[in-house]
Design a protein around this ligand. Structure first.
Ligand SMILES: [Zn+2]
Ligand SMILES: [Zn+2]
Length: 327
C-alpha cells in the first residue's frame, strides 16, 4: 500500500510502499476512504508532541471500509463503514478509565501518534474504538467530524448553558462547533487574527452573531469562550471579556505559553480549563446529536500523495473549513 510517513520532525512526509498491515486479535483492517488533516498533524510534524513515536503515519480523522478482522473481532463488521478517531486504545483498568474519563488514561494510545494513522491506503484499528458513521454523511464530509467535530463537541459540553459563547480561531473545529452551538440556541461571537477579515466574514456566513479581531471587545461580555487557536496570548484576552463565573476553555492539544496576567482577570470565580482528547461516549453522544442537528462540513480535498501540500495549506490558514485527503 502507499503511505505518507513522518521519519523525523521538521521534515516533509515521505511517500512509501509498505505491506498492508495485518489486524491483531481485536483489530479491524480498514481501507481508507478519506482522512482529515488536523492541526495536531502539524504539531506532530513540528515535533510538538513529545509522546509521539517515529516513524509514524499521521492521520486520526479516518473514514474507511472494514475489509478484514482479527481473530477476536466481529466478522459482521466486514463491509461496514467506520470512523477511526484520535483515541485508539485505553487500558480500561486505571482510575481514569474506571471513572469514565478514558480520555485521561496514562496508557492511552493515539491514532497517528502512537499508532499508524490514515495518511495511507489501509489502516488497522481496535474495533472497540471505531465509530459507526451515519449514512447521511459522505466520506469526505464525515472525516473531519472524527477530531475537529468531536473536540469541538467535547468543548461545547463544558459550555452548556452559556448563551453568549466566544470562539477564538475559526478553523475546522469552530466551523463545525458553531453549527452545533446554534442548534442548541447559543449565540456565537467569533474572534480571528486582526487581519483575517475573510475569516470574520466566513464566521458570519455560518451564523455568528458577531465577528471581529481577537483584540477587539465584543458587544457585551461572554458567558464562556472556546479557544481553538494554539496561541496562549488569547487566554488573558478571553478572560478580559468573560462574565463573573464564566469559563475559558482551551480546546487544542498544544498551545504557546500563556503570558502572565493580573489576578483581577481570573477573580470573580472565572475559570480556565483545557479539553484533552475524547472518550467513546463523546463520539456516541456527538453522532446522536447530529441526527437532529444538521452539520455541513466545508472541505478542501487533496490526494494522499499531496499530504505535504495539504499540511502547508493548513499552516497558511488560507482556506475555509477542513482539509481532507482521499487515497
Ligand atoms: Zn486507563
Ligand atoms: Zn485532531
Amino acid at each position: 500500500m502507499r503511505a505518507m510517513v513522518l521519519h523525523s520532525s521538521g521534515q516533509p512526509l515521505q511517500l512509501q510502499d509498505r505491506p498492508i498491515p495485518a489486524p491483531s486479535a481485536n483489530q479491524l483492517l480498514i481501507k481508507v476512504l478519506a482522512c482529515g488533516v488536523c492541526r495536531t498533524d502539524l504539531h506532530l510534524v513540528d515535533g510538538e508532541l513529545p509522546q509521539a513515536v517515529l516513524p509514524r503515519v499521521p492521520g486520526h480523522e479516518i473514514v474507511g471500509e472494514v475489509v478484514a478482522v482479527g481473530s477476536h473481532a466481529d466478522p459482521e463488521r466486514i463491509g461496514q463503514r467506520v470512523g477511526v478517531p484520535w483515541l485508539g486504545w485505553t487500558c480500561g483498568e486505571c482510575s481514569f478509565c474506571q471513572a469514565g474519563r478514558e480520555n485521561l488514561c496514562d496508557q492511552a494510545r493515539f491514532t497517528g501518534c502512537h499508532l499508524d494513522g490514515g495518511y495511507a491506503e489501509y489502516v488497522v484499528a481496535d474495533q472497540r474504538f471505531c465509530f459507526s458513521i451515519p449514512e447521511a454523511l459522505s466520506n469526505i464530509e464525515a472525516a473531519p467530524l472524527l477530531c475537529a467535530g468531536l473536540i469541538g463537541f467535547r468543548a461545547l459540553q463544558m459550555a452548556q448553558g452559556a448563551r453568549h459563547l466566544g470562539f477564538y480561531g475559526f478553523g475546522a473545529a469552530a466551523h463545525l462547533a458553531i453549527q452545533v452551538a446554534r442548534g442548541r440556541g447559543q449565540e456565537v461571537y467569533a474572534f480571528t487574527r486582526p487581519d483575517d477579515t475573510q475569516g470574520q466574514a466566513y464566521a458570519l456566513s455560518l451564523g455568528a452573531k458577531w465577528s471581529g479581531s481577537s483584540d477587539q471587545p465584543p458587544p457585551h461580555l461572554l458567558d464562556a469562550s472556546l479557544i481553538f487557536a494554539p496561541a496562549g496570548a488569547l487566554v488573558p484576552l478571553a478572560l478580559a471579556v468573560t462574565v463573573k463565573g464564566g469559563c475559558v476553555i482551551c480546546a487544542g492539544i498544544h498551545m504557546s505559553d500563556i503570558p502572565a496576567f493580573p489576578y483581577r482577570l481570573l477573580w470573580g470565580e472565572r475559570s480556565v480549563r483545557s479539553v484533552a482528547n475524547l472518550t467513546r461516549n463523546d463520539g456516541t453522544a456527538f453522532f446522536k446529536e447530529l441526527q437532529h442537528t444538521h452539520v455541513h462540513c466545508d472541505t478542501t480535498r487533496f490526494s494522499l500523495e499531496d499530504a505535504n501540500q495539504a499540511l502547508a495549506l493548513l499552516r497558511s490558514g488560507q482556506f475555509n473549513g477542513a482539509i481532507v485527503l482521499v487515497p
